[in-house]
Design a binder for this molecule. Structure first.
Ligand code: AMP
Length: 480
């Protein structure tokens, strides 16, 4: 649909074109036609959907579709828009100015924090459309400095926010003073009980237009972070696979060497996977990807760079074996699941000294992430034979494929500083936080919920976590 098909008057269309809009947004396509007919409208939409034009365009159209005002004639307020905040009212005023630039429209905003005198003088000169915050409008009404007896169109914008801010009595006072015969438009991002009541009392047979907010991958994907000492990551990964049996997973590692090592760990645990990274030959990469896409392998282990451009549908799990270097990379990684309306899970193995990064991710993603600790007893029960972790940098000298980590960031590959985190200092906060840390509490009990015990210390040789000092279980896998 094009704006031209909506039946708006030519000067409004020209202004819309000048703004660079070609097609109406869904709220506009839904609200403008009934609004032009003079019907009441209930618009359920958030900021950013184009809702301002959805009520401003038909209002300007209806102001000037008939005869244009004669020079010198009295200009009563015919369109009234009420918005919760000064900033929003000013924005709406600016939109009216932009959309009404090819018409003789006079519009002002009456808001708090600005001299009342200037606003009153402007009102005396006559305006067609008034944009107001409830408080200042009620002030002017009580002082009898404003005449609302000619209002034909009322719009309440962000009604839910106005109720949250305690403006309900002001709105009642204002609407009671308006002519009964008028068009009403009510826009609200949400419809809690009081707004449903308001819409029932205010609107007659309204056209209802609802725009469902789009969810970002960060909102759709079920995310958790497991606080895992470096030494327990292999065991945690295999335990996670055995317990959750992901259908199609990408495991991210920080380095090329790490990707190969994780693929080996998974292979030993009976979980076939393919690894892709910069050192793999093109043929090997293509094969790994082909097997993964066709479901021959359920797991792809990849570095960030190698994973670029991989477009595989229906990824059920993203597993960050290594935390990414920065929050943006995290969002990029987890966005590989939860596509096309599907759900998805992301789990990150986070070393105790990397916890700060989780806060940064939460801030960027706009939501909390459940944080758990591995249950040492659970790990001890899983008879997994694992190759040792390599403590130093990768033996083949590969560089980190990620962007360099920020100064003072999370590049701590030699384990936590003495006495903190890791095996010895478990239960302590990183420097500066103080006090014991409660893990597993944010999301309630989880599969990897922490008990009062500690993560068992690896006793050299093959890295194998144990329960609280309990006897070591016999290995299943024979000598390595
Ligand atoms: P709003 O939800 O009214 O705050 O509008 C959000 C943004 O979308 C504003 O910057 C408008 O200028 C812009 N906008 C509104 N309608 C359209 C449209 N039909 N096409 C393109 N941009 C639009």
């Amino acid at each position: 649909m094009l704006f031209r098909e909506l039946g708006l008057i030519e000067p409004v269309l020209q202004a819309v074109e000048a703004e660079g809009y070609t097609t109406p947004s869904p709220i506009q396509a839904g609200a403008i036609p009934p609004a032009l007919e003079g019907r009441d409208v209930l618009g359920i939409a958030q900021t950013g959907t184009g809702k301002t034009a959805a009520f401003a365009l038909p209002a300007i159209h209806r102001l000037f579709a008939g005869a244009l005002p004669k020079p010198g004639a009295r200009r009563p307020i015919r369109a009234l828009v009420i918005a919760p905040t000064r900033e929003l009212a000013m924005q709406i005023r600016d939109s009216f100015i932009a959309y009404g630039r090819k018409t003789p429209l006079r519009v002002i905003a009456v808001v708090g924090g600005i001299s009342q005198e200037i606003q009153v003088r402007a009102l005396r000169n006559g305006v067609d459309a008034l944009i107001a915050t409830p408080g200042r409008l009620v002030d002017l009404m009580r002082q009898r400095l404003i005449d609302l007896s000619a209002v034909e169109m009322l719009t309440l914008d962000e009604a839910d926010r106005m109720f949250d801010m305690g403006f309900a009595p002001d709105l009642k006072f204002i609407t009671a003073a308006l002519p009964a015969k008028r068009q009403n438009m009510l826009f609200s991002a949400t419809m809690p009980g009081p707004i449903v009541e308001l819409s029932k009392s205010l609107l007659k047979d309204p056209a209802r237009v609802e725009i469902k907010p789009e969810k970002t991958p960060m909102q759709i994907i079920e995310q958790s972070v497991l606080i895992v000492p470096r030494e327990a990551k292999n065991a945690t990964l295999t335990a996670y696979f055995r317990l959750n049996e992901p259908e199609r997973a990408i495991v991210f590692t920080r380095t090329k060497h790490g990707a190969d090592r994780v693929a080996k760990v998974l292979a030993r645990a009976g979980i076939p996977s393919g690894a892709i990274h910069g050192d793999k030959r093109q043929n090997a990469r293509i094969k790994a990807l082909f097997d993964f896409k066709n479901g021959r392998t359920r797991v792809l282990v990849a570095t960030d760079i190698a994973a670029r451009g991989i477009d595989v549908d229906n990824i059920s799990h993203v597993i960050n074996f290594d935390m990414p270097g920065d929050p943006e990379t995290y969002i990029h990684r987890v966005g590989r699941t939860g596509r096309a309306g599907n759900s998805g899970k992301a789990v990150s193995l986070c070393q105790p000294e990397e916890r700060r990064l989780v806060g940064a991710i939460e801030r960027l993603g706009g939501r909390k992430i459940a944080m758990d600790r591995i249950d040492p007893a659970l790990l001890a029960e899983l008879p997994i034979e694992l190759p040792p972790m390599n403590d130093g940098p990768d033996m083949d000298g590969d560089e980190f494929e990620n962007r360099p980590r920020p100064e003072g960031g999370f590049r701590n590959f030699d384990g936590p500083p003495p006495g903190r985190g890791g095996f010895g200092g478990r239960g302590r906060r990183p420097a500066g936080k103080g006090g014991p840390v409660k893990f597993g509490s944010r999301s309630g009990p989880a599969r990897f919920a922490d008990g009062p015990g500690g993560v068992a210390k690896s006793s050299g040789g093959p890295n194998r976590p144990r329960g609280k000092g309990g006897p070591r279980k016999p290995s299943r896998g024979g000598p390595r």
